[in-house]
Design a protein around this ligand. Structure first.
Ligand code: PGA
Length: 220
């Protein structure tokens, strides 16, 4: 059986109270799945990192923590940034290159490469998002998420067959794991994770609801 990554990208959502409720719901469910086969990575806003870290440690599920961004700069005079060293105190993974950041914050391939290098410097595992099979991927990336823009937050996922084709092509470039993201839910998750070259999913809106996310984990 292959190892699956199930990544929750909470985006700019949830207060501390809502985060506590999410973990309470998860902990009250008696989820049964082989922990060795599914790696659950929760990526909250920076403000929630201490709480998510603490809640993850005592959670029923074995959850690890990621962030949704990383500064391209190291420590120093970079107002508003959160750097790799600071992130490493709370998290082990970092999402880089999400299309919402490329679009809203004009992140370029050059900047994404710097972010990737910072993640590596501080031993954070980058989860690098691509929008199509030709999107630039920095040398050395091990985990890629294929997220076609038209599938994000629209309820219109790509077809599992097309996602499989892209995943296969990306693996041929030397990437070890390829996930799919875009309108994944409890109903459609297994259609993606059952594909040979797809090693998991990145879940946005459906990860905000703890019950739905638990179903995604079980059905994956
Ligand atoms: P969605 O978002 O699951 O809400 O489509 C996925 C993502 O953008 O990471």
């Amino acid at each position: 059986m292959k190892h699956l990554f199930i990544v929750a990208n909470w985006k700019a959502n949830k207060t501390t109270l809502q985060t506590k409720e999410w973990f309470q719901t998860i902990n009250n469910l008696q989820l049964t799945f082989n922990k060795d086969d599914k790696k659950i990575i929760v990526c909250p806003s920076f403000t929630l990192l201490p709480l998510v870290r603490e809640s993850a440690v005592s959670s029923q599920l074995s959850i690890v923590v990621g962030t949704q961004d990383i500064s391209p700069f190291d420590e120093g005079a970079y107002t508003g940034e959160v750097n790799g060293k600071q992130i490493k105190e709370f998290a082990d993974f970092v999402i880089i290159g999400h299309s919402e950041r490329r679009k809203n914050f004009k992140e370029t391939d050059e900047m994404l490469t710097k972010k990737f290098q910072m993640a590596q410097k501080y031993l954070l595992t980058p989860i690098f998002c691509i929008q199509n099979k030709d999107t630039f991927i920095p040398e050395g990336v091990k985990i890629v998420v294929y997220e076609p823009v038209a599938a994000i937050g629209t309820g219109n996922p790509d077809t599992p067959e097309n996602a499989e084709k892209v995943a296969k092509a990306v693996k041929e470039k030397g990437v070890q794991f390829v996930l799919y993201g875009g309108s994944v839910n409890a109903q459609n998750v297994s259609s993606f994770t059952s594909m040979e070259s797809i090693d998991g999913v990145l879940v946005g809106s459906a990860s905000l609801d703890a019950l739905e996310f638990a179903k995604i984990i079980q059905n994956a």
